[in-house]
Design a protein around this ligand. Structure first.
Ligand code: NAD
Length: 409
């Protein structure tokens, strides 16, 4: 099964519990537009580098397309399509005035120099600038991209369209970004983790956590959980895992990662593997790396009590069924990791108004929105005796469908 099929499986499962016509289903799952561009740059060696860039604009019934840009060797059309449609449902679940889009570049940013990365990004914008913009489609960071890449995008876009900081979010704070954006997805994971634990009569303090992925999302999640008294007993990245049953000292780990660029080799824990991390007996397992982590075999081996999906698309449908039948609650990606796009929305609003919010205001508004959305999804899942994923899709489908009907075809 491909990633886009998996997303549509979840869509169909929720739609089957609603009165959705076949026409409406087709309208809602088919992407509006798919761009595929060849991005050619001069490499530092003097050779020509050829890369393929994608931007999929899935649905804009509720507002401009919105979603990240991923730079990774696995990026392809199907992945971009799946992630773009997830963005449609995500922005609807948390009730933002956006649709869904996603894109990226098939490349390995770790093998590119800073100059190559900049040229690649600027050339990509050159190819797609007429299709993006503050009221059309607003990119943001994802795997392999960061605030610097967003700054280049804004600068390149402005050469064609003038000063429009709202054309991209996730920019550096000192370059029209928002306070709290960098930490936003991790902060959001922290909030929904606290909420699900509370519903199950547990607290962050004293609970145990395993986090796969120690990039932007995984590392901020670990910091917030650690600061609230949670025991982060395992973390990993692409190179391996580190475990400590007493809880990893996250500030010390951060010092190690800032010099070594990977978690393995950290003296405050034992070396381990990603597979071991995923099957550890913890209260909460948080996948925060790439998609497709849980297949049927892995789902049977998981020993965590709760799963909070920080990554996009970590669970294949057969694994989802197994988690459901085993009574393991899964807070789905379209709700759990929506903190990033919520604060992207705040950044967009601030840019349009040329006004700045304080970090306190950003985090307060983010928390209000996430808790409200969490409660709606959780309560719906209880009322319908279904999973939180199905409930989240039902909520999203009803909102996107309503906008389609009101706006007209
Ligand atoms: P990142 O590039 O900052 O970090 C990714 C991390 O995953 C790195 O530590 C990397 O080493 C690790 N990793 C890669 N391959 C791995 C593997 N095979 N096994 C274990 N670890 C591996 O990316 P990010 O921005 O933190 O995004 C992580 C996930 O969160 C992605 O699925 C992304 O789509 C999702 N997400 C990110 C945001 C955001 O605001 N950045 C928002 C919503 C969702």
């Amino acid at each position: 099964m491909q990633a886009f099929e998996a997303t549509n499986f979840y869509f169909d499962r929720a739609a089957s519990l609603m009165d959705l016509t076949d026409n409406m289903r087709t309208l809602m799952i088919t992407p509006d537009r798919e761009l595929r561009v060849e991005v050619t740059i001069e490499m530092d060696s003097g050779q020509i580098g050829n890369f393929i860039g994608y931007r999929v604009q899935h649905d804009n019934a509720r507002g401009p397309f919105k979603g990240g840009l991923r730079y990774h060797p696995h990026v392809d059309q199907d992945e971009a399509r799946s992630l773009a449609s997830l963005m449609t449902w995500k922005t609807a679940v948390v009730d933002l005035p956006f649709g869904g889009g996603k894109g990226g570049m098939n490349c390995d940013p770790s093998k590119l120099s800073r100059g190559e990365l900049e040229r690649l990004t600027r050339k990509f914008v050159l190819q797609i600038h007429d299709f993006i913009g503050p009221d059309k489609d607003i990119p943001a960071p994802d795997v392999g991209t960061d605030a610097q890449v967003m700054a280049w995008i804004m600068n390149e876009y402005s050469k064609f369209h003038g000063f429009h900081p709202a054309c991209v979010t996730g920019k550096p704070v000192e370059f029209h970004g928002s306070a709290g954006r960098e930490a936003a997805t991790g902060y959001g994971i922290f909030i929904v983790t606290r909420e699900i634990l509370n519903r199950l009569k547990q607290e962050i303090a004293g609970s145990t956590f395993a986090i796969q992925g120690y990039g932007n999302v995984g590392s901020f999640t670990a910091r917030f959980l650690h600061n609230a008294g949670g025991k982060v007993v395992a973390v990993s990245d692409a190179y391996g895992a580190v475990t400590n049953p007493e809880g990893i000292d996250i500030p010390e780990l951060d010092k190690h990662v800032s010099t070594d660029r990977k978690v393995i080799g950290f003296k405050g824990g034992d070396a381990s593997t990603n597979e071991q991390l995923l099957t550890m007996p913890v209260d909460v397992l948080i996948p925060a790396a790439l998609g497709g982590v849980f297949d049927a075999t892995m789902a049977k081996a998981v020993q965590a009590k709760i799963i909070v999906e920080a990554a996009n698309g970590p669970t294949w449908p057969e694994a989802d069924e197994i988690f459901h039948s085993r009574g393991i609650p899964v807070v789905p990606d379209i709700l759990a990791n929506a903190g990033g796009v919520i604060v992207s929305y705040f950044e967009w609003v601030q840019n349009l108004q040329h006004f700045r919010w304080s970090l306190e205001q950003v985090q307060r508004e983010q928390e209000t929105k996430l808790v409200e959305s969490f409660n709606k999804v959780y309560d719906l899942s209880q009322r319908k005796s279904t999973s939180m994923r199905t409930a989240a899709f039902m909520l999203a489908i009803s909102r996107v469908g309503r906008a389609r009907v009101l706006g007209g075809i």
